[in-house]
Ligand binder design. Structure first.
Ligand code: HGA
Length: 609
């Protein structure tokens, strides 16, 4: 959350910064701002709303200068407004952008007020710039002042600081919120995600926890939490340059839905051979770590949590190990029991999800046998700090509502199921069946995408509805949950998911003609049970939309619309049934005219608690 871009160059940087913000807009979009230094002058422009508002303001009144910082905000402290937009300033000299939450901001604010500082915003961030200004009085460099400042901060920050009187440098610090340095020729950059900087460089170094860096045109000096000079490996990015383009699609979300066959195929590439999932798919020493695992604890948030929920069915059913799945923000604040030979699995698209990261660190202290992350961002904190990493190759996901990351996570978790199952009695035949299913997924997803037009028509029925109920059983229950989440996120229709066996324990009371009920019905061993649940809804006048296998023998009538889903095996069914639900939420949102890629109040890459 919150996008940060900074640059020190010989050329004017405002345009580079704004293009960077555009590419980071998925991280927050309630306001945006930029500040640049030019010959001892600090100029700043901020606007409420999207980056386009800022860009138009800069078209009218351009900012000139070779050193600058910029920010797109997802507010945590203080309403979205121009006065709360970053960069924040102190005494016209210091400008700061920040991603994260300063938890002791009230105490620091009182202290700084006592020193005579006046606050111009309601943000926690503003304490950083006044503190730096104050520390500069007793330190001889901006670097030293920032180092002294961050020692006083509690909470999380990725922050970039510039000083009007020293236009040659920016100081960058991270703890809890990601920052990456981009290396150019005679110019250097910083951003909260490398995607922002791809138009200007492909060489990146990720800062580590507690790092502070001094970035000038010619040099980048990095210091660890104790102030020692450290090297952070500079790597060439593998992210494709056009990752930030919508191409022919109207929205990133639709593009990403359609990218799923390729994303899954890329992720499987080189990871399956002779009917087996290669242990190396999970990292270098994975074979050693995975062989004694008897219990798996999965930790995730949001969509990733739903992927974990589906995997629980697979790990217990097919891999013969016990499995718990928990939301990261719950796990990290309660005392949990550690089973012997436990593997902790985190799932996070960005690899920077604050709660998931904290939960993983806690699990390490608790003594888990190993940690594995399933992640789409190479070099992210979760990848660096976990013993093993299953790198998704979904490509950049920009739409705030996750689509391709979810299905690629499911594919990864199915691979993990076989890798663990192999040591716990899974037969070679079963592993071969699963790997075959994995390999035919891209083509099957392609077939499921051909439902697009039919679903677009169906979506008309939902546009005037305020509530919807999603039903599934077994490993389709998490898919129903994910379907409900998608609808909520982008169309703002209140949607709930239930394991359909739960209907009679409460939700049946809600059924009437205004409450559409969406059912996911593959042809599996729970089909007859599901059919009984469908009858319970029908008997109470409910209107149903059933996504069903052709062999499941559902027929459309006055109370039920049946949408035939391509026939698929049980291993890939959760993934395949996800596709029509993604399309449904997309088309409902289109009809409702909501902001599909940047739904209200949300943002991607949740780097704050
Ligand atoms: N706390 C700061 C920054 C918010 C943030 O990092 N969001 O992801 C603010 O509210 O401005």
């Amino acid at each position: 959350m919150c996008g940060i871009v900074g640059a020190v160059a010989q050329r004017d940087v405002a345009e580079i910064l704004v293009e960077g913000l555009r590419r980071l807009e998925y991280r927050g979009y309630d306001s945006a701002g930029v500040a640049v230094l030019n010959n001892g002058e600090l100029s700043r422009t901020r606007r409420v709303g999207k980056v386009q508002e800022l860009s138009s303001a800069l078209d009218e009144q351009p900012l000139v200068g070779g050193t600058g910082i910029a920010h797109t905000r997802w507010a945590t402290h203080g309403e979205p407004s121009e006065r709360n937009a970053h960069p924040h300033e102190s005494e016209g000299n210091i400008a700061v952008v920040h991603n994260g939450i300063i938890e002791n901001h009230n105490k620091l604010r009182e202290m700084l007020k006592g020193l005579g500082y006046r606050f111009a915003s309601d943000t926690d961030t503003e304490v950083i710039c006044h503190l730096v200004h104050h520390e500069l009085k007793s330190h001889d460099s901006l670097l030293a002042a920032v180092q002294a400042t961050v020692k006083q901060l509690e909470g999380a920050y990725g922050t970039v600081v510039i000083d009007r009187t020293d236009s040659e440098r920016m100081i960058v610090a991270r703890s809890g919120s990601p920052l990456v340095i981009g290396y150019g020729l005679g110019e250097n950059f910083v951003a909260s995600d490398q995607l922002a900087l791809l138009p200007v460089t492909r060489s990146f170094a990720f800062l580590e926890e507690g790092d502070v860096a001094e970035v000038t045109r010619r040099e980048v000096n990095i210091f660890d939490v104790d102030g020692n000079t450290v090297e952070r490996e500079v790597k060439e990015s593998e992210v494709t340059h056009d990752a930030g383009d919508k191409g022919e699609y109207r929205h990133y979300m639709l593009k990403e839905i359609y990218e799923q066959p390729t994303a899954i195929a890329h992720t499987l590439e080189g990871r399956i051979a002779a009917g087996k999932v290669l242990d190396s798919a999970f990292g270098e020493n994975a074979a050693e770590f995975l062989k004694d695992i008897k219990h798996v604890q999965i930790i995730a948030c949001g969509t990733s949590y739903h992927a974990g929920m589906a995997a629980r069915y697979w790990l217990e059913d097919w891999a013969g190990v016990s499995c718990n799945v928990e939301i990261a923000s719950e796990f990290r604040y309660r005392k949990s029991h550690l089973f012997p030979n436990s593997l902790l699995v985190t799932i996070s698209q960005s690899g920077e999800t604050a709660d998931t990261l904290a939960a993983m660190r806690l699990a390490k202290e608790m003594g888990y046998k190993a940690t594995l992350t399933i992640c789409n961002a190479p070099g992210s904190s979760l990848v660096r700090e976990s013993d093993m990493a299953y790198m998704m190759k979904a490509g950049a996901e920009i739409g705030v509502a996750s689509t391709k990351a979810f299905t690629v996570q499911l594919a990864g978790l199915l691979m993990l199921t076989t890798a663990i199952g192999r040591h716990n009695g899974m037969s070679a035949e079963m592993e071969a069946e699963i790997t075959q299913s994995l390999q035919s997924m891209p083509a099957k997803v392609e077939q499921a995408l051909s439902l697009d037009d039919a679903i677009a028509e169906l979506a008309e029925d939902f546009a005037d509805k305020h509530h919807a109920l999603f039903l599934g059983r077994g490993d389709q229950y998490p898919i129903a949950m994910e379907g409900a989440l998608k609808l909520k996120e982008i169309s703002y229709i209140h949607a709930e998911a239930y394991a359909s066996g739960e209907l009679k324990h409460g939700p049946l009371a809600l059924i009437d003609a205004d409450m559409p009920v969406i059912v996911v019905a593959p042809n599996n061993e729970l089909l007859e049970k599901l059919k009984s649940n469908v009858e319970e809804v029908r008997a109470r006048g409910g209107l149903m939309y059933v996504f069903a296998d052709k062999d499941a023998e559902f027929e459309s009538d006055d109370t039920m619309k049946v949408i035939p889903v391509p026939h698929c095996d049980e291993f890939m069914a959760p993934l395949i049934y996800t596709i029509p639900l993604q399309l449904l939420s997309y088309h409902v949102a289109l009809i409702k005219g909501t902001d599909v890629d940047q739904p209200r109040n949300l943002a991607k890459s949740v780097t704050v608690e």
